[in-house]
Design a protein around this ligand. Structure first.
Ligand code: UD1
Length: 354
């Protein structure tokens, strides 16, 4: 049996890795390496537990630090693990620093690389994620794209070999986790919420959280909405809010980060989702909840053209006005595959590696 080394590090990757890992199990020996980029219980262990994933084989414990130090340390430590494991393929997900570190490690070690969620572009190079995804795609042998737009983006950069449009593994994950979350999550009861009577907000992109003007504007926008707003706060966002001494209007509840099952219930029952997260823009679409994106651009352009996602940036007036006046137009075509993206990845890799 061939060995695949999967590298994960942060929340959205655990969600993507769960279905892929299950699909790989019958074809490959999978060695999972957690870089430790996310390390709080609510940001990491809770995900493995609630999605019923086995524990990673290695945890490198590399969290925090500047982007360069974090990525560089990961590269040093990953190289050692890859030299020990000697995988036939390295598998990375998405666009975070752990993705780039994994991609560079594979490239330097001469191990073929597979990238899940390839081809996404915001065309905004000030985002660390954009740099991570462009570089990762350019050293990948297999590029698993979730959408046609992603395939076209790669074509524009001259990448056509090894490209597969297989749908989105996040849709696979959602189909499985939604049932579990409906049965198990008590979050609405715990927070005393009713369907459609609250908005859900999340903010963690450095462009928003690391600029006091932008962060203040987002908090003002949420505070101006005529509805209760539940805002599970990412640790980086929490530390900036504390550092700047920002307060919020009483309609906004800042709560701890939520696990994958609670967040799905919060999303499914929200009147509106306001977020700068990529994953939540898609989940909002798949769940039929309108999404106001707190960025000027998105990689998930099809959610906007389908009429369910509206790009608002951080301007408080624009956000409030969209909240009050904008409603999606109804139709939700299937944009993210058939819920079997993970199995397609396993099948393609099996054909290619065996
Ligand atoms: C990272 C990804 C982002 C992704 C996000 C998901 C990069 C460049 N960004 O951003 O694309 O959408 O994960 O959440 O890789 N921290 C904790 N506890 C944790 C995790 C982080 O306190 O469990 C702190 C870190 O010490 C750091 C800050 O939060 O000070 C930011 O964490 P970091 O891992 O650098 O990036 P994210 O903002 O989570």
């Amino acid at each position: 049996m061939k060995t695949i080394a999967s590298i994960v590090g942060a929340r959205p990757q655990f969600i993507k890795a769960a279905p892929v890992s299950r699909a790989l199990a019958s074809h490959f020996n999978e060695v999972m390496i957690h870089t430790g980029q996310h390390y709080d219980y609510e940001m990491s262990d809770l995900f493995f537990k609630e999605m019923d994933m086995r524990q990673p084989d290695f945890n490198l414990g590399i969290g925090g630090g500047t982007h360069g130090a974090q990525t560089g340390t990961m590269l040093i430590e990953l190289e050692k693990v890859i030299a020990t494991v000697k995988p036939d393929c390295v598998l990375v997900y998405g666009d975070i620093n752990s993705t780039l570190a994994g991609a560079l490690t594979a490239a330097k070690a001469g191990v073929p690389l597979a990238h899940v969620e390839a081809g996404l572009r915001s065309y905004n190079r000030t985002m660390p994620e954009e740099v991570n995804r462009v570089l990762t795609d350019h050293v990948s042998s297999w590029l698993f794209c979730p959408t046609d737009a992603a395939v076209q983006n790669l074509e524009k950069e001259g990448i056509t070999k090894g490209v597969h449009q297989i749908g989105d593994v996040m849709y696979d994950a959602l189909l499985r986790n939604l049932e579990l979350s409906r049965n198990k999550s008590q979050i609405l009861k715990r927070l005393d919420l009713k369907k459609g009577e609250y908005a859900l907000a999340t903010v963690h992109r450095s462009g928003n959280t690391d600029d006091p003007k932008n962060m203040r504007s987002v908090l003002d926008a949420l505070g101006s909405l005529p509805i209760r707003v539940i805002f599970p706060v990412h640790p980086r966002t929490r530390s900036r809010i504390n550092e700047w001494g920002f307060t919020v209007n009483s309609n906004v509840s800042l709560i701890e980060p939520l696990g994958p099952l609670d967040i799905l219930q919060m999303q499914e029952n929200a009147n509106c989702i306001l977020t700068d997260s990529g994953g939540m823009q898609k989940e909002a679409y798949l769940l039929g909840v309108r999404c106001i994106t707190l960025r000027e651009e998105t990689e998930w352009v099809e959610t906007v053209s389908a009429g369910w996602n509206s790009l608002a940036g951080v301007d408080a007036k624009r956000i409030k006005s969209l909240y009050e006046t904008w409603k999606p137009n109804g139709e939700r075509p299937l944009l993210y595959g058939d819920g079997h993206a993970a199995e397609k990845i396993a099948q393609i890799l099996q054909n290619e590696l065996n």
